[in-house]
Design a protein around this ligand. Sequence first.
Ligand code: NAD
Ligand code: ZN
Length: 254
Amino acid sequence: MQESLEKLKELIESQGKLVVFTGAGMSTESGIPDFRSPGGVWSKHQPIMYQDFLASKQARQDYWAFYLDWFPGFVQAQPHQGHVALGRLYQAGLLGAVVTQNVDGLHQAGGVADADVVEIHGSVFTTACLDCQQHQEPTNGVLDRVQAGEADPACPSCGGCLKPSTISFGQGLVPQDLQRAAELCAAADPLLVVGSSLVVTPAAELPLATLARGGSLAIINHEPTPLDERASLLFRDPAGEVLAALAGNLLKDV
Ligand code: NAD
Ligand code: ZN
């Protein structure tokens, strides 16, 4: 790992355009399981389709019941050494932005300003109305209502359908977020991918924007990804360990 870390450090220092792109594997060391690994969310719950959420009261009730079970893990989770390392790199001006598929807010908790975290799959902490598109409120308040017996809580302004602001299967991403993520990845050099299987679009496509513009790719992931062959550097070690060592190397010169 030392040799690859040294190369990554040189790449970051020489190009000066580091952007980090993270998936669920970034947060497993904070105790939030990823989706695909054994014991992950998908081994316990069928993922909901957005169309079913819109069409079926029963599907919404099941979804909110799942959220009651899932949400406390996000409230309890703390940033690990890797999130903190990225926060330090950001504060030292060495990291421009984070594009994340995670919905856990841990990059902000680790010290990256909210304005420089692009959450392409949204956040579990806010809930919005799908009908009036005006109303937004913290998810924990809505979950209190669910717990008090409102199995399918309605928007207090228009009576419409409330949904946590995370992107479900079959639901489009927010175009402005996707656009910003694509621009950041296109301008990145290097793009450091952390903890993503890179099998689902647009996650699989964003690093291609970096390569298309001549930027390099570094990947930290336990499992092989479809882009490993095109990456300049690969790490199979735990994300927290690699990022902490990287920040240690880069910041000792600052
Ligand atoms: P994924 O589950 O498809 O892949 C995660 C990858 O991370 C795996 O290949 C795994 O080998 C690797 N990994 C796990 N722990 C690691 C570690 N400590 N160090 C290095 N690598 C590690 O994740 P994905 O591609 O992000 O897709 C799942 C989607 O589900 C995400 O897009 C996200 O929206 C959502 N999700 C988010 C969270 C969260 O917010 N923390 C958690 C679960 C799922
Ligand atoms: Zn409404």
